[in-house]
Design a protein around this ligand. Structure first.
Ligand code: EPZ
Length: 426
């Protein structure tokens, strides 16, 4: 077990390069299954979710290497079509491999991905969409047995909710189907466009990704390709929140500012000065952060649910009341209880959290993370707190942030990672 030890009260000041987007790398790695050969994916961060995706590809018979920030996948001899229960439980977003496995092998066997720390995480939209493409899916003793009779058939699919994962599974299954597929009410997240760009680089014919209606002209087969995924907009938003919480001045390099357009106005409302130059964003936070007013999470291009926890952490030391409305996930306020242990004033009513900042100081205490973005929120609170904060539950943090403590130390934070066994030995 490990913990982070943060000595708070230090202003962040410096430059941070943003790593590749976790939520792009996962579907793009799944997509390499569809290309009969060796693809190289650049800008892949070393995260436990990426490591899990690499293990899934190896389990499916691919040769995979992750060297520096490039992942090389040779799927020529892929012969597996099962994802074991342990892997599905380790990363429930492994569901995004389903469409690719079926399109490549004509069958798939995966265990029903359980819920996760954010709530039940249903996959009905994924399964209904795949059935419309001709996949026969039987649920048996917690496993999904999926089969297709030869190539899938294009279909017109309307999603009742613009699900990111379901949109990705349709793209992965439909790009080599017979005929055309249209997705109505598709997710519009930048990671969808990134996946479509990779698939098109491999020879797919996908039009309109990034918008609500996507047209896919099925092709016979795809070829391997070399590709660089987009920067992680949620990691960027997390560092903006860290600057805001520490009256800091950060320059974020290698971002795509347009991907942060739902987030930047929220920080400007709170009194931060944001400057955009090409692929760089700089933030100068005020000495007294103002309230974040009302932050409502929505599908892109609305405010991203993944940035809710980090921004809430910054709002706890703002001068005023901020309201957070979490419309995407049922159970995404777990970090609030830990922030309250640090002295934050937060009231939760269902999907609404009211944070009374009043420029309250936080104090450092031992806290425990319960999910990925909640872990980032606790780090941000620790940076702002007086005294020392000890954060456990780093297995969540390491799913989505590469070397977070090194990057923060590089811009003035006092933060280090320790093995808890060390303490017990003393
Ligand atoms: C993706 O999850 C991201 N994960 C999540 O990021 C992100 O929070 C989410 O999109 C929303 O932007 C990856 O890309 C790996 P959804 P996904 O399908 O695909 C309901 C992080 O922190 N729903 O858009 O699972 C679902 O219950 C992670 O990086 C159904 O009802 O999100 C939820 O309420 C967390 N039925 C809502 O839709 C379905 O079949 C959003 O889910 C599928 C989803």
């Amino acid at each position: 077990m490990q913990k982070l030890i943060v000595d708070g009260g230090k202003r962040l000041n410096g430059t941070i390069r943003i790593h590749g987007a976790k939520n792009s790398v996962l579907p793009v790695l799944a997509a390499t299954l569809l290309t009969n050969g060796q693809s190289i994916i650049h800008n892949c961060p070393h995260l436990s979710d990426v490591d899990c995706s690499v293990r899934i590809l190896k389990n499916l018979g691919c040769k995979v290497k992750h060297v520096n920030s490039s992942v090389t996948v040779d799927s020529s001899n892929s012969d597996g079509f099962e994802i074991p229960d342990a892997m599905m439980r380790e990363m429930r977003s492994s569901i995004v491999f389903l469409g690719a496995i079926i399109a490549r092998h004509g069958q798939a066997r995966i265990s029903f991905p359980g819920g996760c720390e954010l709530g039940p995480r249903p996959i009905d939209l994924h399964l209904d969409s795949l059935r419309q493409l001709g996949v026969i899916i039987e649920e048996d003793h917690g496993f999904l047995h999926c089969k297709s009779n030869g190539r899938l058939n294009g279909a017109k699919i309307t999603l009742s909710f613009p699900s990111v994962g379901a949109t990705e599974n349709i793209l992965l299954a439909a790009c080599t189907a017979k005929g055309d597929t249209m997705i109505l009410n598709a997710a519009r997240e930048p990671e969808i466009s990134d996946l479509a760009d990779f698939l098109n680089a491999c020879g797919a014919k996908i039009h309109g990704a990034g918008g609500g209606t996507i047209l896919i002209n099925g092709v016979q087969k795809l070829r391997p390709s070399e590709y660089t995924v987009i920067p992680d907009r949620i990691a960027a938003a997390t560092f903006l929140a860290a600057a805001a919480a520490t009256q800091g001045h950060l320059i974020l390099q290698d971002v795509i500012p347009a991907h942060l357009s739902p987030v930047i106005p929220v920080f400007e409302d709170a009194g931060c000065e944001i400057d955009i130059r090409g692929r760089e964003i700089s933030i100068i936070a005020p000495r007294r952060l103002q309230s974040f007013k009302t932050v409502r999470t929505m599908p892109y291009p609305g405010f991203p649910t993944d940035a809710q926890a980090p921004v809430m952490a910054a709002s706890t030391i703002a001068d005023g009341t901020s309201i957070f409305i979490e419309t995407i996930f049922e159970n995404r306020f777990k970090h609030a209880a830990e922030l309250m242990r640090m002295g934050a004033h937060i009231k939760i009513e269902g999907r609404v959290a009211v944070v009374e900042g009043n420029n309250r100081r936080l104090w450092g205490v031992p806290v425990e993370a319960a999910d990925l973005r909640g872990a980032a929120a606790l780090v941000i609170a620790g940076l702002a707190a007086e005294g020392t904060t000890e954060i456990t539950g780093l297995q969540y943090l390491d799913r989505g942030y590469e070397r977070l403590e090194d990057l923060l130390s590089g811009v003035g934070a006092s933060i280090k990672r320790k093995n808890i066994e060390e303490d017990i030995k003393k």
